[in-house]
Design a protein around this ligand. Sequence first.
Ligand code: FES
Length: 293
Amino acid sequence: MNETYAPEADARLRTEAAQIVARYPDPRSALLPMLHLVQSEDGYVSARGIALCADLLDLSRPEVSAVATFYSQYKRHPNGEYTVGVCTNALCAVMGGDIIWDRLTDHLGIGNDETTADGRITLEQVECNAACDYAPVVMVNWEFFDNQTPTSAVDLVDQIAAGVPVHPTRGADTVATFKEISHVLAGFEDGRADEGPGAGEATLLGLRMARENGWTAPRVVPGAPAEPDEEPAAQSPADAKSPGAAPAADVAAAAAAGTAPVGREQSSAERKPTTESDVSPEPIRDEGKGNVQ
Ligand code: FES
């Protein structure tokens, strides 16, 4: 790979980098999305990408390299078009993740952080993806493929290798390439955030049971002894109008203690429905794709 970018790519990257840097009070804070931007161009964090980041953020090249080598999402050698990540953390492992991993390494003939000869697939052994309720999970470019088996995982990589579009169980309708998804991670939306279902049945089951049974977590007031049997405080009219806000009693208690209130801000459970699967009590099956939303 050339040591510098061609003029057109250099100008484009510098324009997008300026947009990223403008989001932060201090330019060096933009380094993580900048590294994704470099990956969206080169397919990995290249030497010329490191030089660009260092130049634009007033950092040294070793400082940029130190960050790029710390996080496993940044690749230091050319990555495949699709990263297939097999979770072998505790729950996925006992549910079959280790067997899936062994099957895929045998089937593809590559190991961790290695890429097939055609450049299509990079295989990765990944840590918990916070999808334990669908264990064992496989990720393709960080899109979820839930409840996998060795057979379904082999089918999945065979489809990717053959260029057949694959459909995640949740999230976007199809899987973007490694470069495309790197551009999104750099902070440039691709307009697909509301495609497909978000939370699935297994994730929402506990929340539904809690609501049906009136269960709530005990309120925690910093410095006060735990009161597990305390009745939940009545909501004020303001709480009722604003379901995402912390209850007024919590706000007052936190203010008295000089701390921030522990509230329900940004709860995805309160997200406005945007798709049919957001409001349907039944799983939605798309017969054309065979997936359950
Ligand atoms: S252990 Fe695999 S998603 Fe949590």
